[in-house]
Design a protein around this ligand. Structure first.
Ligand code: THU
Length: 147
């Protein structure tokens, strides 16, 4: 587990450190997004906010569908906003469930975060800060396509 203690310890791809990240601001934005979720089938609203390596914050909420299997996770919306507003790399992410507390991203969304943030992207979890390397060890990614 990557510690986010009082000393900078985890470097993002743009040199951002856990110490620099406004985690409470990111979580507040994630909670705002969670309140906009469309989750009439699960009654489980999710919100997520991510800090981009140029300082932007992108966010999303889950959007469900009567055809249950095509529900969009909150992370899908966030990644869509990332690309729609200029791209870049995610360096820190806060995802919350309906209680506003940190939520662990589902398996598919870990893959989305890996693609757009890589192993050093950080996630606010209940016990502290985790890196994507913690969340998705031995991940499949574009390097595997070359092999
Ligand atoms: N959900 C997300 O939005 N992100 C996750 O990482 C976990 C699950 C949503 C999907 C569905 O709308 C609801 O939570 C219950 O699974």
């Amino acid at each position: 587990m990557t510690e986010a203690g009082p000393t900078p310890s985890a470097a993002g791809e743009a040199g951002t450190t856990a110490y620099d990240i406004d985690w409470e601001g990111l979580r507040t934005r994630a909670i705002e997004m969670m309140r906009r979720a469309y989750a009439p089938y699960s009654s489980f609203p999710v919100g997520v906010a991510g800090l981009v390596d140029d300082g932007r914050v992108v966010a999303g909420c889950n959007v469900e569908n009567a055809a249950y299997g095509v529900a969009l996770c909150a992370e899908c919306g966030m990644v869509s906003e990332l690309h729609a507003t200029g791209g870049g790399r995610l360096v820190a992410v806060s995802c919350v469930g309906r209680d506003g507390e940190p939520l662990m991203p589902c398996g598919r969304c870990r893959q989305l975060l890996w693609e757009n943030g890589g192993p050093t992207c950080l996630l606010l979890a209940r016990g502290g800060i985790l890196s994507m390397a913690d969340l998705l060890p031995r991940a499949f990614d574009r390097d595997d396509l070359d092999s």
